[in-house]
Design a protein around this ligand. Sequence first.
Ligand code: HOZ
Length: 430
Amino acid sequence: MTATEAAASVQDGLRERAAVLFPGGVNSPVRAFGSVGRAPLVLTGGDGPWVRDANGHRYLDLVGSWGAAILGHAHPAVVEAVRAAALDGFALGATHPLEVELGEAITAAMPSIERLRFTSSGTEAVMSAVRLARAATGRELVVKFAGAYHGHSDGLLVEAGSGVATLGIPGSAGVPPRVAELTVVLPFNDPAALDEAFERHPARIAAVVVEPVVANAGVIAPAPGYLQHLRDATRADGALLIFDEVITGFRLGRGGAQGRFGVEPDLTTLGKVIGGGMPIGAYGGRRELMELVAPVGPVYQAGTLSGHPLVMAAGIATLRELVPERYAVLEERVDRLAAGLEEAATAAGRTVAIGRCGPLLTLFFRESAPVDGAAALASDRAAFARFFGAMLDRGILLPPSQFEAWFPGFAHGDAEIDRIVAAAGEALAA
Ligand code: HOZ
């Protein structure tokens, strides 16, 4: 066996062991690489914009911990903050000063959040926000949009994006029809469809839950005025507006999508960036709504590890780095990336379109950027799979699905952007 073959067998061996332990060899379906026809990567570490696999190969990473790693991997300030917090013990099961500090940083950046509660994942955050909305309004129906993904709680998996769209399934087995019937699914960016839903179900919709920029069907930007329409229509009916900012929060700027578009939701859910790569979620909103949550109010929600000090430390250290000037630099770099991808596609004679909002983008294999989930689903997935493989072979790790956002972050400098564009040029021409 040559040294290269021996090294290759490290990753293969781990994959084989993982395959007999975990469904599909993974602990979250999006990691399985099934739709792009590759074996799942086993990653052992990362630094800055790079990750490395178990065979020691390095890849420029655009998965970015699925949106959490805005600073890149193993940022020294975050590592140091976690190390320092760990010396004081891990979860103490009581309120901790670091929870207060991260909570204050979030409420300062997002004025619509007067009170919040930390959870351990985005799924929990959205599930809890929906429960709160039902309690606050005394209504049962929830509106979501086709192709949006809000975590894997029962009612929100209907026509979901992310892994559900990647697997090509309409939702999840195991969700009772009576639960799914409480979810009204509408096309994104279609104000008339929303108005019609309110007409069809007057005073029955508890909440409209929306990714203000859809990032789980690939990236789909809201049409001008659409988010304001959601705000006006929910208010007119007495329903709540929930912005799921698990991906957009602190990614589109410190104020998230609500700051960028100037539309204030009733409730906001967060995750990913606010934990600096650690397991986190949060939901929050106006004081009178959040005071319905136990122990003050009757809406029960709890978590043994919520507000974990190591997670809070990573989040605080991350948020300290997120200054407006750096967001501006990131957007300029993503402008260059988008322009470079378009030029590369033109040179190669390929039909592609870029879904984009600020630093979030997806290269779609279709003629125009999609405006809703159905349009995203109509992309040429086989072409994406070939492109994904050609990029991986050139050392660029994209999210392994047409229906995910790319996450360039602060660690991707000009050199890395050039490298991605050059690889895309070759991959599209291949
Ligand atoms: N929101 C992420 C995917 N779009 C979640 C990652 C996962 O499902 O593992």
